[in-house]
Design a protein around this ligand. Structure first.
Ligand code: GLU
Length: 471
């Protein structure tokens, strides 16, 4: 097997490829590309049996052109310095592409979370947070973590509580981390945000009859056959929303294996099956594939890698049958595979755009935390009464009466989740059209990833140039 190009280098190869289409100086491009700060920490934790173990962990802040920096925290045995730097860099570009005013960061703890009890995980998370506080690597205006592979609401609540305990005088403490439970100042819609963003993004891509025709596909999501690699928070929600939007989910993979049914799998039923049996395998009516990577090679219109990086490589790229690869994971396609697939006419919707729904809604959560009020709390009833009065006037003029149910549906003022989804949908639509526009300006000679990188580089470069360089 050929050795894999290190992940951060792959991100930078994509950067360099796009930088050729910009007019910025080498010095500025170098500053954008480089990872500004990396903190590698080691700390001891006491296991439940009394033994002591040393834990390796990192936090990388890739770019400080905007503050705070932002990005998730990953718990995985594969975590290393190169990976967190690469993922932090992707966060910088991602934020720029979807107009989220943050620099990029990423954290990682090198553990297999399944090997630790909840109380051990709590000690690891609290100690990690303590280390970040000590080195000024966390704070509402400094660096704001979020969930990533292997972490979720529970870990974010522990981070908040540790930060709160250590900085009791701060009014904006809740904004030190996003992806928190609702009861701990989280925002409605954050948990499903990345998957929902994948759905909104794909919906926008598939809307163009012309683009779909050139791929040999029908416009719209309805009837598209989709295979999903990864059934964690992102994969599950993406599959669920896409199925609700009329797509056919023909394959699902998780760590232990994959299932396949060309007639379609019921996502909610697969989810319940896993809850009952501990695995998606042996789902009634589906063919079980022992090797989870086989899902990548299934006959389908759209392939969604929603697990980890480096899944689509020069080794399997030729066997991929999908016409669209929708990158819900970070870095799932290697640089080499991207080149050969693009040459073959496969459309790759890049991670830096497609999975940005998570950080977009994290931004909304951060804003909610700084304003200390739930979105919609002030306006909901007022809007409802304006709508109701308007409907009553319409009833009077037309002489027709609406049923109570119709009245309620039409007058409905927005709840927090309605506003969050509206902001997310708009973000995904606007960003895709900006990327597509850049592709058109370059006479369709560049792929979507390069177009997305060009947009990100231009935005960050403008920010650096307008700010000036601090002496
Ligand atoms: N971990 C997510 C990502 O890779 C979310 C980051 C965030 O919300 O800050 O985009």
């Amino acid at each position: 097997m050929a050795t894999m190009i290190p992940f951060f280098e792959q991100v930078n190869l994509n950067f360099d490829k796009a930088a050729q289409f910009t007019k910025h100086s080498d010095g500025l491009l170098q500053q954008i590309k480089i990872c500004n700060s990396v903190y590698h920490m080691t700390f001891p934790i006491k296991k439940d049996d009394g033994t002591i173990e040393t834990i390796h962990a990192w936090r990388a802040e890739h770019s400080h052109h905007k503050l705070p920096t932002k990005g998730g925290i990953r718990y995985s045995t594969l975590v290393n310095e190169d990976e967190v730097m690469a993922l932090a860099a992707l966060m910088t570009y991602k934020c720029a592409i979807v107009d989220v005013p943050f620099g990029g960061a990423k954290g990682g703890v090198q553990i297999d979370r399944k090997q630790y009890s909840p109380s051990e995980l709590e000690r690891i998370t609290r100690r990690y947070t303590y280390e970040l506080i000590q080195k000024n690597f966390i704070g509402p205006g400094i660096d704001v973590p979020a969930p990533d592979f292997g972490t979720g609401e529970r870990e974010m609540a522990w981070i908040l509580d540790t930060y709160k305990t250590m900085t009791p005088e701060k009014l904006d403490v809740a904004a030190c981390v996003t992806g928190k439970p609702i009861a701990e100042e989280g925002v409605h819609g954050r948990q499903e945000a990345t998957g929902q963003g994948v759905y909104f993004g794909l919906q926008e891509v598939c809307r163009s009859a012309e683009d779909m025709k050139s791929l040999g596909l029908q416009p719209g999501l309805a009837g598209q056959s989709i295979a999903v690699q990864g059934f964690g928070n992102v994969g599950y929600h993406a599959a669920k929303f896409l199925q609700e939007g009329g797509a056919l989910i023909v394959g699902i993979a998780e760590q232990t294996g994959a299932i396949h049914n060309p007639k379609g799998l019921d996502v909610e039923k697969v989810f319940s099956h896993r809850n009952e049996t501990g695995s998606i395998l042996n789902f009634p009516g589906a063919i079980t594939l022992q090797n989870p990577a086989d899902v990548l090679e299934l006959e389908c219109d759209i392939l969604i890698p929603a697990a980890l990086e480096n899944q689509i490589t020069h080794e399997n790229a030729d066997r991929i049958k999908a016409k669209i690869i929708a990158e819900a994971a970070n870095g799932p396609t290697t640089f080499e595979a991207n080149e050969s697939l693009s040459k073959r006419g496969v459309m790759i919707i890049p991670d830096t755009y497609l999975n940005a729904g998570g950080v977009t809604v994290s931004y909304f959560e951060w804003l909610r935390n700084l304003s200390h009020v739930r979105f919609g709390r002030l306006g909901k009833r007022f809007e409802e009464s304006v709508h109701t009065n308007m409907l009553k006037v319409i009833e009077k003029i037309t002489g027709k009466e609406l049923t109570q149910a119709e009245m309620q549906q039409l007058a409905h003022g927005p709840d927090e989740v309605d506003l969050v989804n509206s902001g997310l949908e708009d973000t995904m639509i606007v960003a895709y059209n900006q990327i597509r526009e850049t592709q058109k300006q370059n006479r369709e000679e560049i792929d979507l990833r390069t177009a997305a990188f060009i947009n990100a580089i231009n935005i960050i470069a403008t920010s650096y140039m307008e700010l000036g360089i601090f002496p």
